[in-house]
Design a protein around this ligand. Sequence first.
Ligand code: AMP
Ligand code: ZN
Length: 136
Amino acid sequence: MRKDDCIFCKIANGEIPSKTLYQDENFRVILDLGPATRGHALILPKAHYANLYELPEDTAAAAMKLAKRMAGTMTEKLHADGLNLVQNNGETAGQTVMHFHLHLIPRYKDDGQHILWKPNTVSEEELEEIQKQITE
Ligand code: AMP
Ligand code: ZN
């Protein structure tokens, strides 16, 4: 369940030191070394899964439960004004480390970050076509 050449496998399993905020049998939460904001952290499963597509459902559920707990603690202790959960899958979506991770990004008023997208427009016909494509 570990991949030999994966840096996050090594960090998650304690072979490379990290600023750890929490760990248990299945996860390690570390501070990101290229933080978007003060306290930017990553939830890493200790087992190797490249992305959300590979992640077992129970691990996904446990990661979200942990994210909920960490978000509360971090927001309170860092006196943040909010927090973004970000999770990238695939190079096109911005993933640079191919070991599943969930970003916890505390947000502060006027922190200068833009973790947003530019909204496009969509027609009723397009919405229906997309709905059909996904659900049928
Ligand atoms: P992503 O672009 O979603 O794959 O995010 C990768 C994240 O990992 C980035 O925010 C990096 O700053 C962070 N990162 C890369 N290497 C390390 C490392 N050795 N320790 C902590 N964070 C790292
Ligand atoms: Zn890995």
